[in-house]
Design a protein around this ligand. Structure first.
Ligand code: PAF
Length: 286
């Protein structure tokens, strides 16, 4: 089947109805577009698991703060369509902001606690915007499965909790981060980096690798892990840490070194020039 582009909610529902009535499974890959190999890995996984694969391409204004990059966030639907066709997606849902939100939205989904901590403290309202648009996409598409990158680790936990709390009838599938050969996690925002900034970006992965080594050697005190990460980041003059978060991987609760969790999530956000890059790693404790 060739890739179809759909831009309205009504059209998408009409398009999906016959397949659903015939018992076909639907996989959804929500994205904000400017797709790269990381997104392709999500589509490949959805393609392997489902009869019908829908990818949404929507830069969601609800999840951007007033001083963030909504207006300049990169967009290229033609290139996205090529990647999606090459990876066997069936439908790209690319609505305008007006098609998604015909009037200012008054109803939001707030995953309390989890949304306010860590990255949520740095970006107030961000996870509320994510949960709201993802919940809306789930209602529009009614997928059997939805696919998210582990790079946005806290986002994945917020979505899992929302699905659990509100009994959305679908499975959430987390897909490992895809990296360039030098270890830099693929991100649509990497396009913002100048060549010297791009050369500095592997420091994020190096700092997480050093912390993973420390954890595997028995370090579970979050302050000691924080020092390892910041020490590596400090050696790169262009890198300015914005967030270094160390938490229990399954709950994102703070770690008590006396009762270490089975796995530790390391989540960092680092400014390189004007660009805020994030990376993540989950490490099993000894
Ligand atoms: O991860 C993203 O690209 C976005 O946060 C998502 C899940 C598509 C919601 O807009």
């Amino acid at each position: 089947m060739s890739l179809e582009t759909v831009t309205t909610i009504a059209e998408l529902r009409d398009r999906l109805r016959p397949g659903r009535q015939a018992g076909k499974s639907v996989g959804l890959v929500p994205t904000m577009g400017y797709l790269h190999r990381g997104h392709a890995a999500l589509v490949d996984r959805a393609r392997a698991d489902n009869d019908v694969v829908v990818t949404s391409v929507f830069v969601n204004p609800l999840q951007f703060g007033p001083n963030e990059d909504f207006a300049r966030y990169p967009r290229d639907l033609d290139a996205d369509r090529k990647l999606l066709a090459a990876h066997g997606a069936d439908i790209v849902f690319a609505p305008s902001v007006e098609a998604m939100y015909p009037r200012p939205i008054a109803t939001h989904i707030e995953v309390e606690g989890l949304s306010a901590r860590l990255e949520g403290e740095r970006r107030p309202g961000h996870f509320r915007g994510v949960a709201t648009v993802v919940g809306k996409l789930f209602n529009i598409v009614q997928p059997d499965r939805a696919y998210f990158g582990e790079k946005d680790y806290q986002q994945l936990q917020v979505i899992r909790r929302m699905v659990d709390d509100l009994s959305f009838p679908l499975e959430i599938v987390g897909v490992p981060t895809v990296r360039d050969v030098d270890g830099v996690a693929l991100s649509s925002r990497n396009i913002y980096l100048s060549s010297s900034e791009r050369a500095a970006a592997p420091v994020l992965g190096r700092s997480l690798a050093a912390a993973a080594d420390a954890i595997r050697a028995g370090t579970v005190d979050p302050r000691a892990i924080d020092t390892v990460i910041r020490g590596v980041l400090a050696a790169e003059p262009l890198a300015e840490p914005d967030l270094v978060a160390i938490a229990a991987a399954n709950t994102l609760e703070p770690i008590d070194p006396k009762v270490p969790p089975p796995a530790i999530a390391l989540m960092i956000a680092v400014r390189i020039g004007r660009t805020r890059l994030i990376d993540q790693r989950v490490v099993a404790t000894a």
